[in-house]
Design a protein around this ligand. Structure first.
Ligand SMILES: Cc1ncc(COP(=O)(O)O)c(C=O)c1O
Length: 385
């Protein structure tokens, strides 16, 4: 059940189901355009189904149990999480098939994960060093449960994972030596590939990572440790991964929401992002600057700024771009020749980068047509632990 909303979201509760309510939201408010979201959701599941590749979407982009449930209903194999806290928040909200896609260094957090597994979670973890394997094995055994384990491979991201085939074989073998661990395969996420805008350049970079990965998989096979699961990829590479046939599943995150960072990326080689901008932040024109710009009530506390400037939407129409002017405010740079919007106008802005933006909001205002239709809790908001 959703926690009682606070702030602008609480003021918006009476608007649910009211005609015209979308343009009357109290702001700043994270908004989910339901039609675009459903399009994004079904496009990913269709692409993967047609290509015969699985998908285990990443919750780091949305942090929302309702979205995770809908991804599972659309055929996802499970839900990836970046941090134990994010995973525990979704587990607490009823999601059971969860994978922690990064190694950890805390015995306390490992114990919590084992407890979740003992309470009915099907928890998959990744390992990139021997002591982490021991820690997971001991925690699972203490709680009378089991973890699925992927060996984390570095195919060029240079963040976590082993880059050496023999090290991968050694780790996989160690995993098989523990009764409380099940060796399930490997993870190889190449994050540097995802945002390369040009399709052919991204294909070439992905092929380079796949070449490294293929060598490591061959070594594992040779050692009778062939991986069942080969997990990796994201929104930017999922089509290439589906064609390459090396991964058994992809981990796309941003596709549900999309953002300005992904907007220039030619995801399918047809010239555009393919997925639509489902996540917006609604803001209100609260005044006009002495130089004549419309000032809106959203700044760095409502948008993560690490991406290109948002487009400003009034209905379907793009009426300008936001330029930041502080933690709480932005100014609208209108299209050439347009007058500043009147005070009180509610506009929706696309977001520079969806993952850290959703982390600033407790509630998603779900809109369809001209109405606010639901409020969804962002259960893992703030869970960077
Ligand atoms: C391990 C891992 N998998 C998947 C993703 C999802 O990537 P995207 O949002 O580009 O789809 C990320 C994003 O950073 C990630 O770190």
């Amino acid at each position: 059940m959703m926690a009682a909303p606070i702030g602008a979201a609480a003021l918006n509760v009476p608007l649910v189901g009211r005609p015209g309510s979308r343009a009357r939201l109290e702001t700043p408010a994270a908004v989910l355009d339901l039609d675009i979201f459903e399009h994004n959701l079904s496009m990913m599941s269709q692409t993967c189904r047609q290509a015969g590749i699985g998908f285990r979407p990443h919750a780091k982009s949305h942090k929302c149990a309702e979205i995770a449930r809908r991804q599972m209903a659309a055929g996802a194999l499970g839900i990836c999480c970046a941090k134990p806290g994010e995973l525990m928040a979704l587990f607490g909200a009823g999601i059971r098939d969860l994978m922690l896609s990064a190694p950890v260094a805390s015995a306390v957090k490992i114990d919590r994960l084992a407890r979740a597994a003992a309470e009915g979670g099907r928890i998959c973890v990744v390992v990139d060093r021997p002591d982490l394997i021991t820690a997971y094995a001991q925690a699972a055994s203490r709680h009378g449960t089991c973890f699925d384990v992927l060996v984390d491979l570095d195919t060029g991201l240079n963040r976590s994972g082993v880059a050496d085939a023999q090290a991968a074989v050694d780790l996989a073998r160690r995993v098989t030596q523990h009764a409380s661990l099940r060796y399930a395969g490997v993870q190889a996420y190449q994050g540097r590939v995802q945002h390369i805008a040009d399709f052919e350049a991204r294909r070439a970079a992905n092929a380079e990572a796949n070449h490294v990965l293929a060598g490591m998989i061959a070594a594992l096979r040779q050692a009778s440790l062939a991986p069942d699961i080969v997990s990796g990829g994201g929104t930017g590479s999922h089509q290439l991964d589906a064609q390459a046939g090396l991964l058994t599943e992809v981990q796309p995150g941003s596709y549900v929401f999309m953002d300005e960072a992904y907007n220039p990326v030619d995801i399918d080689g047809r010239g555009g992002p393919g997925f639509g901008p489902a996540l917006r932040v609604a803001v209100t024109v609260v005044g006009h600057s002495s130089t004549g710009f419309a000032i809106v009530d959203g700044g760095s506390k409502s948008f993560a700024l690490d991406g290109p400037a948002p487009r400003v939407l009034l209905g379907q129409e793009v009426v300008g771009r936001v330029e930041w002017c502080g933690d709480e405010f932005g100014r609208i740079l209108p299209n050439a020749g347009d007058a500043a919007l009147p005070i009180g106008t509610v506009v929706e802005c696309t977001v520079p980068h969806c993952d850290p933006t959703i982390n600033l909001h407790d509630v998603l205002h779900v809109v369809a047509g001209d109405q606010l239709v639901a409020l969804w809790s962002v259960e893992a908001r703030g869970r960077a632990d």
